[in-house]
Design a protein around this ligand. Structure first.
Ligand SMILES: [Zn+2]
Length: 475
């Protein structure tokens, strides 16, 4: 490998967050039954006319601006002609000569700058579901607005490609352009990879890689392909310009088609759609819709809240959590306490829920009470978690839950005394072990008091009272 350097460029397709499709009013809803979100336009019936969805343009413009692209003031769509069973009209409306955005750049957190060649709009195709001896076609996805983001070959290894994808996804989520859910297919990635002898300026022969369905898959596929090409070159053989498919089961790439078979798409301007003027007012509006981007948020969280390291990474990669954190600290200003509870029990509950953050119903004001009561000692570790579990997905009032479940922590010696005495009476073995100097015996006794009070005792106080009573010799 050492005599060669790797050159990688990525093509990312992302579904834009619109409610309806790009050229008709069908919903873009993902989980509907097959072939229910369709109409004559997206099914490609002859004689129908596409109507452009302006929301798709606005979101595409927002992405282009976030990627520091130049914007073409006038754009038009072209027909990309090919036959495929899930594309009933036999062409895809796309952009070719006049993309919306061009000559952009994405600055990665590592400081590396990746130039963006182009950002263009197009429509998605449908989905084929292959069964044993037949295939099914679902056209629900046909006509969903897609954005293609093409980088220059500025990436020099697989892990850099991984970083680029991770950061690009974060930006798309921050500006609310796409949910970037790879499982739903709303973010897909193809790669071009070539090797060249170190120091050589011109690029080597490139291979296109497809069918990488996860970011990890992209990284492993690129690592494999770089090794394969190095092996070919070391043996003085030639790399063929071809498209290869990643096989995630075999962890190998295999040839899909060669250059000779490469498609000629016969692009020509779409006659059913007018040219679109991208005016300064639209650009200005979408610039102001960009909001705060990850690097800026990162700096602000460090400056304003003193959050750094791993904790900062969690907030920056989870915009919903970061927003919630900021809402809570506006109400209850003890940053450290709020953050500890959010990154601990709160995140644990979310990670255990299939729907993740979207299932959260608790409001900041209600949540802030848990943290406050916890730090005041009214709730202990156990009861605070219990209250949280009852309110996080319901937003039920915290005070009502504590009342109903009788969860207020018992921090009153008179109330605890009976439980402490009982625990001591029932466990003579633990007492003699404690008297012999075994410290863990006291922990066992604290546990007994917690059990008797259904987790409500203040454990610190229970321990003090136990030690005092045993040492005092009143048993
Ligand atoms: Zn439709």
């Amino acid at each position: 490998m050492s005599n060669f350097e790797t050159v990688i460029g990525l093509e990312v397709h992302t579904q834009l967050n619109t409610e309806s499709k790009i050229f008709c009013s069908c919903p873009t809803e993902f989980q509907s039954p097959p072939n229910t979100n369709i109409c004559p336009v997206c099914c490609g019936y002859p004689g129908v006319l596409p109507v452009f969805n302006i929301k798709a343009l606005k979101l595409a413009l927002r992405v282009s601006l976030a990627l520091n692209c130049k914007i073409n003031p006038s754009i038009y769509f072209e027909r990309k002609n090919y036959f495929y069973p899930d594309l009933p009209k036999n062409y895809q409306i796309s952009q070719y000569k006049m993309p919306l955005g061009y000559n952009g750049a994405l600055l990665l957190p590592s400081g590396k700058k990746i130039r963006i060649n182009r950002v263009h709009l197009e429509e998605d195709a449908g989905k084929l579901i292959h069964k044993e001896d037949y295939s099914l076609v679902d056209l629900n996805r046909t006509g969903t607005p897609l954005l293609e983001i093409v980088s220059e070959p500025d990436l020099s290894d697989a892990s850099q490609a991984f970083d680029y994808l991770t950061y690009l996804k974060l930006i798309l989520q921050y500006i609310r352009a796409s949910d970037c859910d790879m499982e739903k297919g709303s973010l897909r990635c193809d790669a071009n990879i070539s090797l060249r002898p170190k120091g050589q300026k011109e690029l080597g022969t490139k291979v296109e890689l497809k069918n990488m369905n996860t970011f990890k898959g992209v990284r492993v596929a690129l690592e494999y392909e770089a090794k394969r090409q190095a092996h070919v070159l070391k043996n003085n053989q030639k790399i063929n310009q071809e498209t290869r498919l990643w096989d995630p089961a075999k962890l190998k790439t295999a040839i899909m088609r060669t250059k000779e078979e490469a498609h000629d798409y016969r692009y020509f301007p779409e006659p059913d759609l007018l040219n679109i003027t991208v005016g300064d007012d639209l650009i200005k509006a979408e610039s102001s819709n960009l909001g705060e981007l990850p690097l800026a948020k990162s700096k602000r969280f460090l400056d304003d809240y003193g959050i750094s390291g791993k904790e900062l990474d969690i907030y920056i990669s989870n915009i919903n959590l970061a927003d919630f954190f900021e809402e809570v600290v506006k109400i209850y200003t003890k940053v450290k306490e709020v953050s500890n509870f959010l990154l601990g029990p709160f995140l644990e509950q979310i990670n255990n829920n299939k729907e993740g953050f979207s299932a959260v119903k608790i409001e900041a004001e209600n949540f802030s009470k848990i943290v406050k009561y916890f730090s005041q000692g009214r709730l202990n570790n156990l009861t605070a978690k219990k209250v949280l579990s009852l309110s996080i997905f319901t937003n039920e009032d915290i005070d009502e839950i504590i009342d109903r479940e009788k969860l207020t922590q018992v921090s009153n010696e008179d109330e605890l005394l009976a439980f402490v005495s009982e625990a001591i009476k029932e466990n003579p073995k633990a007492i003699s072990e404690f008297n012999e100097g075994k410290q863990q015996a006291i922990q066992f006794l604290v546990g007994q008091v917690m059990r008797k009070t259904k987790g409500k005792a203040n454990p610190k106080l229970a321990r003090q009272m136990l030690e005092k009573t045993i040492k005092g010799g009143s048993v």
